[in-house]
Design a protein around this ligand. Structure first.
Ligand code: 2E4
Ligand code: SF4
Length: 316
């Protein structure tokens, strides 16, 4: 039986970013240095496949520091942690390693600098997301106000409209954030902030690649986890830019084949926390049903690398 033809547009860049790469390496190095178990506070990155692989090597994943024994090392996830977390680890004289992405740490530092200058901060982010909790937790309660939407800006109650700054989560939708920043600037003309926002290079590039292909595909599959903010944004970007069906899949078994009936062009990408093996698994599943021609849609080249500490040290 001949298989129906399918053009598969493969987004580039896709998948692991420099911050994810570094965070995973930190856990692997910690396991090498200290042996199992090494504790990790929160999923090191939001991907079950990554977490399961590290668990198999002896990592123990917990949500809070008080679930960790005092005599084993603990690693903080790539999303960052409130200041109180390393402070408590130090108080308990624990060995800890911070795997927060340097681009998230940069936002923490930005927020602190604004605070030192006497400004109240507005954070654009998603409530309850660990990165938002971590960034807001750099400063005392009430010093960082959260907005999620343009509508939130209208009801915001600030201390002094002339002494405000804004920061953002690194994984937001570039387009939605533009609107929220414009609304903030409209209501608070004196607000200061980064040149555009704090969305990182990897988020920006992955969204741009999806935008470039969205108009020519019948369906988009984004490899990533349901709790992965950046992956979920890729699904939205596809849907908002002319792709009539976009689905988040953790792996090939999640594909809804019924929904794909009759398609002739599909787009594939992967969130910053999704390993390439899972992308290949999805492509192989498509190859089993279609006569697939792969075309890469490359909108940027990435060469960002973050140094992994050569030796993991116990904090003094
Ligand atoms: C830290 C910051 O933030 P998100 O939910 O997208 O995290 P995920 O683990 O899926 O991706 C890696 C990451 C980590 C992104 N930004
Ligand atoms: Fe860092 Fe961006 Fe990757 Fe998040 S998506 S870990 S901010 S490089």
């Amino acid at each position: 039986m001949t298989q129906p033809p399918l053009t598969l547009y493969l987004a580039a860049p896709r998948g692991f970013c420099a911050g994810v790469d570094r965070a995973i390496k930190i856990v692997e190095m910690a396991l090498q240095k200290w042996g199992a178990p090494v504790y990790v506070r929160h999923e090191i990155v939001h991907n079950k496949f990554v977490v399961d692989a590290l668990r198999d090597q002896g990592a123990v994943f917990v949500e809070e520091l008080d679930e960790c024994p005092g005599d084993r090392p603990v690693i903080f996830s790539a999303h960052g942690v409130p200041k109180a977390v390393p402070a408590e680890a130090a108080r308990r004289e624990m060995v800890y390693v911070d795997a927060t992405c340097p681009l998230v740490s940069k936002v923490h530092i930005e927020a602190e600098r604004h605070h030192e200058n006497g400004l109240q901060i507005v954070m654009i982010g998603h409530a309850g997301h660990p990165e938002t909790i971590g960034t807001m937790g750099q400063l005392p309660a009430g010093e960082v106000l959260l907005v999620e939407t343009e509508a939130d800006v209208a009801t915001l109650e600030v201390r002094d409209p002339d002494r405000l700054a804004f920061v953002t989560q690194t994984t937001l939708s570039v387009d939605d954030t533009k609107g929220i920043v414009a609304t903030l600037q409209d209501r608070f003309p004196a607000i200061i902030g980064p040149h555009k926002e704090d969305i990182c290079y990897a988020t920006t590039n992955r969204q741009a690649a999806v935008k470039a292909m969205a108009g020519r595909i019948d369906a988009m599959l984004v490899v990533g986890a349901p709790n992965s903010s950046n992956s979920r944004r890729l699904v939205e970007v596809a849907a908002n830019n002319g792709c009539s069906y976009a689905q988040l899949v953790q792996r090939a078994t999640d594909i809804d084949w019924r929904a794909l009936e009759g398609i002739s062009a599909i787009g594939i990408t992967a969130g910053a926390s999704a390993p390439e093996v899972l992308v290949n698994e999805v492509i192989d599943a498509l190859r089993a049903r279609y006569d697939v021609t792969v075309e890469e849609v490359e909108t940027a080249q990435e060469n960002v690398e973050f140094k992994v500490p050569r030796v993991l040290r116990e904090p003094a």
